[in-house]
Design a binder for this molecule. Structure first.
Ligand code: NDP
Length: 435
C-alpha cells in the first residue's frame, strides 16, 4: 500500500486477490516465508514512452504510451492494449496483475502483461488512428516479440488498430511473426478470436447454471457495453434462447422490452463497428425501445447480468438492486466491473457470481490458440477452435470448483479462480529461484 498508494484500481485488484491468497499461503508451507505475493505484485518491468503524431489539421499531438510486463514465470508476457483517455499506471497495473492469474487459469503457457495509451480514439478519422498506431508501435516494437511479449486488443483497440500496429511492427523488424493476436484472418488471425471473450463468458455462465440444474434458455439477460465483448456475449445468449434486454455505452443504456434479437444485434454491430455511432441511435430503428441517459442497466429486472463494459461499473447499490429483482447469476465479461462491496453482496446472497479473470478468460485463451496456430503455420477450423474454447472454459470452471467449493456446496468462484491461478505461477517462480 505504501509503494502503490496513488494507484487505487491496482490496490483494489490486489486486495481482492490477497484476501483469498494470504490464508492459502499461510496454510501451505512451500509458499510461506517466500514473499511470493510481494514478488507477484511488483511488475517485472514497466515501460512508459512518448507518442507524437500529427492530426488531420496538421497539429502535433502528444500522448503517453505504456507497457507493463508483469510476470513471465510461465510464458511470454501476454495481454491487451487499451486506448482510452482514462488509461494510467494504476489501471494498467490492475489489468496486468489480473492477467497473470487469468492466463495461468487458461492452462496455456502465457505470462501476463498489459499496455496502452491515454489516446482517445473517439471522433478520430481512420488516418489519425493509423498515424497514432504507427507512432505507438515505433517505440513499442523494441520491447515485444513473439517469444517475449505478445499484445492484443482491449477497450479502443479492435481489428482496425491491431492491423495498423502489426503493419508497423513488420516494417520495423522485417519479419512476419505472431507478435500480436487478434490479427485479420488472411494474415495470421484465428477464427473465433473476435467472438471468444463474449462466447466464453456465456459458456462459463452455462457451466455455473448447470450446477443449479438451470439453463440459459428463457432467461432474461441484462448486458452492459456494446463493444467487442458485449456484442458476442449477446450473440451467444440469443443463440442459446435467452432474451437480452439491454446494451449500453458510456452515454447510457438502451432497454428493449421485446428483446434484442439477431437482426437488432446486427444493427447494433453496424452502428458501433462501422458507423462508430452512439447507442441511442438504436431508437431510430426500434422506437419501442427506451434510452436511459447516463445510467447503467442494473436497474432492469433480470435473471442474469453480464457486465461487459469497464471496471467498477457495478457498485454495491447496483448489486442490491439486481438481487432484489431476482437475479441469480452474474458472469463478468469485463475486467473488475464489480466493486469489492458489490462482490460481497453477491456472495452474501450466494448467487452464482464469476469474476472476470475466470469468466472472460476465453479471449486470451483463444489468443493463445492463435499463437499456437502461428507457430504451427496452420489454421484450425471454426468448429475446432470453438470446441477448444468450450473445453478451456469448462476446465476453468472445474479449477474454480476445486479450490472454491465450500462445505455447504456453495462455489466461491473468486477464491477458486485466485488460488488456481496463483498456484501455477507461484510454483514456476519458486522453481526458477529469486530472479
Ligand atoms: P470495446 O472498446 O470494444 O468496448 C467497450 C465498451 O464499453 C463500449 O461499449 C464502451 O462505450 C464501454 N465503455 C468503455 N469505457 C466505459 C466507461 N468508462 N463507462 C461506461 N462504458 C464504457 O472493448 P471490449 O469489449 O474489448 O472490452 C470491454 C471489457 O472487456 C473491458 O473491461 C476489457 O478489459 C474486457 N476484456 C476484453 C477482452 C477482449 O478480448 N476484447 C478480453 C477480456 C476482457 P463507449 O463506446 O461509449 O466508450
Amino acid at each position: 500500500k505504501e509503494r502503490n498508494g496513488n494507484e487505487p484500481e491496482f490496490l483494489q485488484a490486489v486486495e481482492e486477490v490477497a484476501e483469498t491468497i494470504i490464508p492459502y499461503i499461510d496454510k501451505h508451507e512451500i509458499y510461506s516465508g517466500k514473499s511470493i505475493l510481494l514478488r507477484m505484485v511488483e511488475p517485472e518491468r514497466t515501460i512508459s514512452f512518448r507518442v507524437c503524431w500529427v492530426d488531420d489539421s496538421g497539429a502535433i499531438q502528444v500522448n503517453r504510451g505504456y507497457r507493463i510486463q508483469m510476470n513471465s514465470a510461465i510464458g511470454p508476457y501476454k495481454g491487451g492494449l487499451r486506448f482510452h483517455p482514462t488509461v494510467n499506471m494504476s489501471i494498467l497495473k490492475f489489468l496486468a496483475f489480473e492477467q497473470v492469474l487469468k492466463n495461468s487459469l487458461t492452462t496455456l503457457p502465457m505470462g501476463g502483461g498489459k499496455g496502452g495509451s491515454d489516446f482517445d480514439p473517439k471522433g478520430k478519422s481512420d488516418a489519425e488512428i493509423m498515424r497514432f498506431c504507427h507512432a505507438f508501435m515505433s517505440e513499442l516494437y523494441r520491447h515485444i516479440g513473439a517469444n517475449t511479449d505478445v499484445p492484443a486488443g482491449d477497450i479502443g483497440v479492435g481489428a482496425r488498430e491491431v492491423g495498423f500496429l502489426f503493419g508497423m511492427y513488420k516494417k520495423l523488424k522485417n519479419e512476419f511473426t505472431g507478435v500480436l493476436t487478434g490479427k485479420g484472418l488472411s494474415w495470421g488471425g484465428s477464427l473465433i478470436r473476435p467472438e471468444a471473450t463474449g462466447y466464453g463468458n456465456v459458456y462459463f455462465a452455462q457451466k455455473m447454471l448447470e450446477t443449479k440444474g438451470e439453463v440459459i434458455k428463457g432467461k432474461h439477460v441484462v448486458v452492459s457495453g456494446s463493444g467487442n465483448v458485449a456484442q458476442y456475449a449477446v450473440e451467444k445468449c440469443i443463440q442459446l434462447g435467452a432474451k437480452v434486454l439491454t446494451m449500453s455505452d458510456s452515454s447510457g443504456y438502451i432497454h428493449d422490452p421485446e428483446g434484442i434479437d439477431a437482426g437488432k444485434l446486427a444493427h447494433i454491430m453496424d452502428l458501433k463497428n462501422v458507423k462508430r455511432a452512439r447507442i441511442n441511435e438504436y431508437l431510430k430503428a426500434y422506437p419501442k425501445a427506451k434510452f436511459i441517459e447516463g445510467k447503467t442497466p442494473w436497474e432492469v429486472k433480470c435473471d442474469m447480468a453480464l457486465p461487459c463494459a469497464t471496471q467498477n461499473e457495478l457498485n454495491e447499490d447496483d448489486a442490491k438492486m439486481l438481487l432484489k429483482n431476482g437475479c441469480i447469476c452474474v458472469s463478468e465479461g469485463a475486467n473488475m466491473p464489480s466493486t469489492i462491496n458489490a462482490i460481497r453482496e453477491f456472495q452474501k446472497a450466494k448467487i452464482l457470481y464469476a469474476p472476470g479473470k475466470a469468466s472472460n478468460a476465453g479471449g486470451v485463451a483463444t489468443s493463445g490458440l492463435e499463437m499456437t496456430q502461428n507457430s504451427l503455420r496452420l489454421n484450425w477450423t471454426r468448429e475446432e477452435v470453438d470446441i477448444k474454447l468450450k473445453e478451456i472454459m469448462s476446465n476453468i470452471h472445474d479449477s474454480c470448483t476445486k479450490y472454491g467449493k465450500q462445505e455447504d456446496g456453495y462455489i466461491d468462484y473468486v477464491k477458486g479462480a485466485n488460488i488456481a491461478g496463483f498456484v501455477k505461477v507461484a510454483d514456476a517462480m519458486l522453481a526458477q529461484g529469486i530472479v
